[in-house]
Unconditional design. Sequence first.
Length: 276
Amino acid sequence: MVGVFAQNRLALVSAAFLVLFALFCFIGPLVHSTDQVHTNLSIVNLQPGSPGHVLGTDGQGYDQLGRLMIGGQTSLEVGVAAALLATLVGALVGAFSGFFGGVADGVIMRCVDGMLAIPTVFLLLLLAAIVTPTKTTLVVIVALISWLVTARLVRGEALMLRTRDYVAAARSMGSTSPRTVLRHIVPNSLSVIVVNATFQVADAILVLATLSYLGLGLAPPQTDLGGMLNDGMNYVYNGTWWLIWPPGVAIVAIVVAFNFIGDGMRDAFEVRLQRR
């Protein structure tokens, strides 16, 4: 599987980029220390290349390079955590729904279909308006709208796997239904779960950026890439391009990288399954 993934150059480049970007976000502040809490109105909107400010400053006097590190940290933390939570919930719900079938499956899937029918932006605005935006609440909000697709995918796998001989053998030997699901259905759906989780990270980062761009993200001085983009749009007519391009390019690059990695992992799992 690793060899097949390594043959996908776009996936390898994307993985290397994400590693470097993570080092930039989490190790960078130790090297390039900046004050991202207190405003400094004497150095507002300095251009890139100014002394001590490689990417300039924003409208509150925050160093833009340091801001990009902090914003990237938040986006990666919330995106990955929300994707993991959504994948866990979706995988368990889908596995149990597909395994049991019948009325329980019908009720669960109709609930999933109903939630999928609600416009995502409307649901985001509703949830974000109810709770106070923090990292934890943003993780929960993003996960609440992200687990639905995972549940449908894993449910399809469970419907197929529950008819396999090893599942029937496990049940005939006295294995309980929850144990059968956790020991046989979920592990054998791992390829679908892992690949979908990769795409879920990209989607979660986009959802977080959307929330922050709409002004429903973290309260200042905290920020993320979407919040930086929202702040930069306030100065779009002043020619301060450095407030828009760095966070915008970072969002696009991260999302594209995770999608390329997901494609590579999907190919790797499919080849492994074919060899089996």
